[in-house]
Design a binder for this molecule. Structure first.
Ligand SMILES: *[C@@H]1O[C@H](CO)[C@@H](O)[C@H](O)[C@H]1NC(C)=O
Ligand SMILES: *[C@@H]1O[C@H](CO)[C@@H](O)[C@H](O)[C@H]1NC(C)=O
Length: 324
């Protein structure tokens, strides 16, 4: 028989009081973690923008976070891409020396410099006409773009010794890629409207310095953070803490985690030499300890995010997150 069945008021009061005390004591020993509560998790250590897919990136002190990725002045993250004559995108997976081409903003032009080449320029905001709208094929998507003209196309063909290459720009008014269209073997984390221009999957990639230091502790030759081409580098957290954050607030900006960043041969490219590591490091090491469900044989390093609320961020900003 339990006390509540007795119908005695004092007994019931005692039982309720005892239960309340037990709850408080348990609460002190095991404080309840409210996963939906935003807490300080780290700081912005660096911000990187990669205007042209697979080309050299640029470290900036502050940036606009848009629904399509980082924007700095007229540079927009992964809004330009090189393609074959047929419009099929190329990356440093096929052409590792892409890493050596540096885009610089010069007034209303983008200037490209590369070893052994005279610089070349093209307009940062080209007019869209019937004559220069063209198609880009990235993975399973075919998208409209603006062709950036013959001069830069010839320059790229010469640099890569590969005829017929073109440079494409995803103009603000043109259709974007939607992460929710990507094929996934697990429950899809992206919602329709989680957009990007020419990025592989989504607008943002985050990585902590602590995760890199942890990895470097396992490597004979350490690698710099630039091998991983993340947009927001985080400090003041534990290694792989970023894996546990489901949504982030940085200033006014809200980011939402989609998937782990699954890694490929690209991380083996020395970004200052434009060559792949002969021993496939650091990918080989990552494969030994960073395989996680449900991502199969691609190791995880960093996290892919999308932007729910745009705004400005700067280096040093505190980051608040909910836990997954
Ligand atoms: C697109 O075509 C217009 C008109 O021919 C031209 O003014 C503009 O420079 C072209 N843009 C590019 C990127 O070639
Ligand atoms: C995360 O983003 C990277 C880079 O855009 C992409 O290559 C990778 O496939 C994405 N990961 C997942 C699990 O979709």
């Amino acid at each position: 028989m339990n006390v509540f069945d007795q119908g005695s008021a004092p007994a019931m009061f005692a039982a309720v009081a005892a239960f309340a005390v037990a709850k408080i004591v348990a609460g002190l020993r095991f404080p309840k973690i409210n996963k939906n509560q935003y807490r300080y998790v780290g700081r912005v250590a660096a911000i990187w923008i990669f205007p042209i897919k697979s080309f050299k990136g640029m470290s900036i002190q502050e940036a606009d976070c848009t629904s399509l990725g980082i924007k700095w002045k007229e540079f927009r993250d992964r809004h330009w891409t090189v393609t074959t004559a047929d419009g099929i995108y190329l990356t440093m997976r096929q052409e590792p020396t892409m890493a050596l081409i540096e885009p610089v903003l010069k007034g209303d032009q983008i200037q490209l410099t590369a070893p052994g080449m005279e610089p070349v320029s093209f307009p940062v905001n080209p007019d869209i006409t019937n004559n220069n709208v063209s198609k880009v094929i990235i993975k399973t998507d075919t998208l409209p773009s603006v062709d950036c003209g013959d001069e830069v196309a010839d320059w790229l063909s010469k640099y890569f010794n590969r005829p017929g290459l073109r440079l494409h720009f995803s103009a603000p008014s043109q259709t974007k890629r939607d992460a929710s269209n990507a094929k996934k073997l697990w429950e899809h984390p992206a919602k329709p409207g989680d957009l990007c221009a020419f990025a592989d999957y989504c607008g943002y990639m985050l990585l902590s310095k602590a995760s890199l230091m942890e990895l470097n502790g396992r490597l004979q030759k350490s690698v710099p953070i630039t091998n991983f081409r993340a947009n927001i580098i985080i400090e003041d957290c534990e290694p792989f803490a970023e894996d546990t954050w489901s949504s982030l607030h940085i200033g006014d900006v809200h980011l939402r985690a989609l998937d782990a960043c699954t890694r490929c041969i690209m991380v083996t490219i020395d970004q200052t030499k434009g060559v792949k590591d002969k021993n496939e490091q650091p990918l080989a090491t990552l494969k030994k300890y960073r395989l996680r469900d449900p991502y199969g044989d691609k190791p995880c390093f960093g996290v892919n995010h999308t932007c729910d609320k745009p705004g400005k961020i700067k280096v040093g900003d505190p980051i608040y997150a909910t836990l997954s």
